[in-house]
Design a binder for this molecule. Structure first.
Ligand code: HEM
Length: 461
């Protein structure tokens, strides 16, 4: 590896930690905007912490053996916390992301066949077509000024999952509508959570969340109706995620999903299937834009692997640098920056007593930026994933997809799609960050840039 890449002394932006633990009022005012803005210096070093708000007691678990205990949940004692489910309910209803126990187990059994359509080889052509369309779309922008890549990442990742779910493409207008509605949802969800934690009324935010969720659902209702009509008319069954969900039967009762259940499951597969990938790609492109050496190096890797030809499924395995870049992007900016689990029986952890109902926070953001786990934890260095000395950290202190029984079912899909999009864009363009303000990261349901990610995009040819 060339020294130039190693020397890139680049620490990308993150909220400056507070000097000391925030009090109730400070936590309210900063948490209103974004959870990671409430963190203080010790948060990044400690093994475990705790804090209280009027309605809940929170325990932040960073020690890796405890992280494994909570997330692997061998004794089924740390289900997803009702607080998170409350916040997701208008959007995702009773879908597989937020349910617990037997209901979740049955739902997983019912939707597992749908995930066959996310099989990597099978999904490759749809991903490749979307990535090629993105390159064309980028090329068609006014490149004399910075391009905000944030909505474009939503467009391309929504298009990929849309093609996989329904076998059809998503127009830019449709993806813009979803982008706007989901951003609206995110804008209200963080304050709504804070208000609930402080026992205050939601001041209409719940109603706004419901309206935004209805706008997201509006995308699917006509597609579902058209498919049900087609089936009723005896049309041939398409082979896609939607059809697999329609054909799914409850393992015990044999009942199909109701229309509402179908909409909920479609919403979660669509949202989980693109929002996180869009966030990850946006931040990864930003990191790349600050490091021209990495762009040169990865371009050389891609040209060598493909011999200058099209990127195929087989080539992806050889793009180790691109894979490590994406992993590093996920380490520095994990789209889901925290997981909430519920204590269901009295527990002791590092001398702290936990009671049923308490909230456990496991935060990839903190674990992946803790100096006990990673050297120079706030700096950008994809090569850390090529270093065998970090194998243990990569296994236990890198968890952007979660771990244990609730681990992401789309991790392989996300990695393949991201590598393809990164490789195609690196090949077609040079990226640079314009002088001036760097993007500001805020943590709501996912990590997002507060004012977008404007980048200079320069065609290579
Ligand atoms: C970079 C992209 C992605 C990231 C960072 C990500 C992250 C996560 C995380 C952290 C969880 C578990 C949350 C928890 O334990 O509380 C999760 C669950 C899930 N993800 Fe992903 N995800 C990504 C892409 C995808 C894709 C592409 C799909 C679908 C094709 C998907 C579908 C799901 C589903 C259905 C679940 C719920 C699994 C269950 O609880 O049974 N995700 N994801």
């Amino acid at each position: 590896m060339p020294d130039s890449a190693r020397q890139c002394p680049f620490t990308p932006p993150f909220p400056p930690p507070l000097k000391s633990k925030a009090g109730l009022l400070k936590r309210f005012t900063t948490g209103w905007k974004s959870w990671i803005h409430t963190l203080f210096e010790k948060s990044y070093r400690m093994k475990m912490g705790s804090f209280k708000v009027p309605t809940e007691t929170f325990f932040v678990v960073n020690e890796l053996s405890l992280v494994a205990k909570v997330m692997d949940d061998e004794h089924k004692e740390f289900p997803k916390h009702r607080l998170m489910n409350d916040m997701l309910d208008p959007l995702l209803g009773r879908s597989v992301f937020s349910t617990n126990g037997k209901l979740w187990e049955d739902q997983r059994e019912m939707i597992n066949p749908a995930f066959m359509h996310t099989n990597l080889k099978r999904a490759f052509p749809a991903m490749d077509a979307s990535a090629a369309d993105l390159v064309a779309l980028l090329g068609a922008q006014d490149l004399s000024k910075p391009v905000d890549i944030d909505p474009l990442m939503t467009h391309v990742t929504a298009d990929v999952i849309f093609r996989t779910m329904f076998g059809m493409t998503l127009s830019q207008q449709e993806s813009a509508r979803v982008y706007e509605a989901f951003n609206r949802y995110q804008k209200h969800v963080q304050p709504a959570m804070i208000l609930q934690l402080y026992k205050l009324p939601s001041f209409g935010r719940r109603a706004k969340m419901k309206a935004a969720a209805a706008d997201v659902h509006a995308l699917f209702a006509p597609i579902l109706a058209a498919r049900l009509e087609l089936l009723e008319a005896g049309g041939e069954k398409p082979r896609d995620i939607l059809q697999a969900l329609i054909d799914a039967r409850h393992p015990e009762t044999g009942e199909p999903f109701s229309r509402q259940d179908l909409l909920d499951q479609l919403s979660i597969i669509f949202l989980a299937g693109h929002e996180t990938s869009a966030s990850a790609l946006g931040w990864t492109f930003y990191l790349l834009s600050e490091c021209p050496e990495w762009q040169d190096r990865l371009l050389a890797e891609i040209e060598e692997a493909t011999g200058g030809g099209e990127i195929t499924f087989e080539h992806l395995k050889r793009l180790e640098g691109v894979r490590n870049l994406f992993k590093e992007g996920l380490r520095l900016y994990p789209p889901v920056s925290f997981f909430l689990r519920e204590v269901t029986r009295p527990q002791q952890m590092r001398g702290k007593s936990m009671s049923p109902g308490d909230v456990v926070i496991v935060s990839p953001w903190l674990i992946q930026r803790n100096a006990d786990n990673w050297t120079c934890p706030h700096s950008f260095d994809p090569d850390r994933f090529a270093d065998k000395a970090n194998a243990d950290a990569a296994r236990n202190a890198w968890l952007p997809f979660g771990r244990g029984p609730r681990i992401c079912v789309g991790a392989g899909f996300a990695q393949q799609e991201a590598m393809l999009i990164l490789a195609r864009v690196i090949r077609a363009f040079r990226l640079a960050h314009p002088q001036g303000r760097r993007p500001e990261v805020v943590s709501r349901l996912t990590l997002r840039p507060r004012h977008g990610i404007p980048l200079l995009v320069m065609p290579r040819r």
